[in-house]
Design a protein around this ligand. Structure first.
Ligand code: IFM
Length: 467
């Protein structure tokens, strides 16, 4: 696939296609103690020495909580038709359950009103990883009670905003919450236990499924979704039987773990057997899979890179922190070009995972995140941030999305990750994904060249749609 460098070579997209950018509360808002916000697991994690590069925290981040008007002006300048953001549970119910914090709700309410006034559709995510710390102390995603805690939070939030926000996402990338947060320990709450990862994934899906009817009840006509982050899994050329098995196992733990329960009401073939040496799965109760597979209106896909694997050789040690059931699977180094995250750039992988997600879910798809971090973004003497790699990545992946549409996937929107450079979790502020540069000392925003290109693409699309 050719990666174009010029927006004029871009194909057209269907009418009504949403052109957006995305952020998440903890990554941009800052104001971590403002207006009654309670602490989240990410406050605790980032304040724990050694967890985040250079000890960075989200205390201030992009100060979006105070600078949202300026950020909204940027969205208008870019011509966005939609904005995907997450709501911070600890702003709405600081203790996780119980008292609702009116000031927190009011902030989002004002923000939503302003988006609508600007003609930008709000697309809200209920959970983008910032669990109230108080709930973590009661077991967090390892407790079955989290389903009712999440439903309570969903009811309060959708009840307040559902008259204006129609498009709702329950969870962002539950894979990361479960596998990185409870399995590998690199995300909050920092546990390292493969069984906990499986239990957390199960409860995340259960909380999702339980919240779906709650959202519908409080927002008649809601478009309800979940956002997953599947990855295209590739084995070596001329794979052995063992390599094919490695691909199957990684595909199950990355993709099938969520696709199968949510869209087919079952765990993927083999996953329970592959993890039977770790757990008896007694945390799966009758009726759970039915609840998890509550019908949805669309599926959000976050995709950045493919994954390459092979089987471990007989005398080769397996990975130190293996994913559950993947103790004999070796992750193969990605092929260049690589982004600043070390992620392989692959529009083909993007196209293929979109086609698969559409097929597995049978739903309209929105690319709810896609983007890239590159080293060396800076504002030059002319006030420009020249980021040709990010621009090429953006255009290449838009091409891929169009190819997925041609292959039958019903793709209805694209959200660039991210509107702003922001707090990249365990990487702190050292990785920049924004189409808008943020100077963290001064909080000055500068639209990068990639942002300008994106604006041109959007303008061209809007012009041709109105012809
Ligand atoms: O920054 C994250 C985001 O919070 C979730 N999806 C992937 C992005 C880049 O790592």
């Amino acid at each position: 696939m050719q990666i174009p460098g010029n927006p004029s070579t871009l194909p057209t997209f269907p009418e009504g296609f949403l052109w957006g950018a995305a952020t998440a509360a903890y990554q941009v808002e800052g104001a971590f103690e403002a207006d009654g916000r309670g602490p989240s697991i990410w406050d605790t994690f980032s304040h724990t020495p050694g967890k985040v590069v250079q000890g960075h925290t989200g205390d201030v981040a992009c100060d979006h909580y105070h600078r949202w008007r300026e950020d909204l002006a940027l969205m208008r300048e870019l011509g966005l038709t939609a904005y995907r953001f997450s709501i911070a549970w600890p702003r709405i119910i600081p203790g996780g359950t119980g008292t609702v914090n009116r000031a927190g709700l009011d902030w989002y309410s004002r923000f939503v009103d302003a988006l609508l006034e600007a003609g930008i559709e709000p697309v809200a995510t209920l959970y983008h990883w910032d669990l109230p710390q108080a709930l973590s102390e009661r077991g967090g995603w390892l407790s079955r009670d989290v389903t009712s805690w999440f439903a309570e939070y969903a009811a309060a939030t959708v009840g307040a905003l559902g008259d204006r926000v129609a498009r709702w996402t329950t969870l962002n990338e539950p894979w990361c919450s479960a596998l990185l947060g409870y399995g590998q320990g690199v995300h909050a709450p920092g546990h390292r236990d493969p069984v906990e990862a499986l239990i957390a994934a199960h409860h995340l899906m259960l909380a999702h499924g339980t919240a779906v009817p709650v959202i519908r009840e409080h927002c008649p006509g809601a478009q309800v979704s979940i956002t997953l982050n599947p990855t295209q899994v590739w084995g070596p050329p001329n794979p052995s039987e063992a390599d094919l098995d490695a691909v199957r196992r990684i595909d199950n733990i990355h993709n099938g773990l969520f696709f199968s329960p949510i869209f087919h009401g079952t765990y993927p073939e083999g996953l329970l057997a592959d993890t039977a040496h770790l757990t008896d799965h007694s945390w799966i109760h009758d009726g759970d899979l039915h609840a998890m597979s509550a019908p949805l209106d669309f599926l959000g896909i976050n995709n950045y890179f493919p994954t390459r694997v092979r089987a471990a050789m007989p005398d080769e040690p397996g990975p130190e922190m293996a994913l559950p059931g993947c103790e004999r699977v070796i992750e193969v180094p990605p092929q260049p070009p690589l982004t600043d995250m070390g992620w392989e750039v692959s529009p083909v992988g993007h196209r293929d995972i979109l086609v698969r997600a559409a097929r597995e879910s049978g739903l309209p798809i929105y690319v709810t995140e896609n983007g890239s971090a590159w080293p060396g973004d800076y504002v030059d003497a002319e006030g420009r941030v020249r980021d040709p790699e990010r621009t090429a990545y953006l255009l290449g992946h838009l091409h891929a999305a169009r190819e997925a549409i041609d292959a039958g996937a019903d793709i209805r929107g694209y959200f660039a990750w991210s509107l702003l450079d922001n707090f990249e979790w365990a990487w702190g502020y050292t990785k920049r994904f924004g189409i808008v540069h943020v100077d963290y000392d001064t909080q000055v925003r500068t639209v990068k060249d990639s942002g300008r290109t994106y604006a041109q693409v959007i303008a061209a699309h809007r012009a041709s749609a109105s012809e």
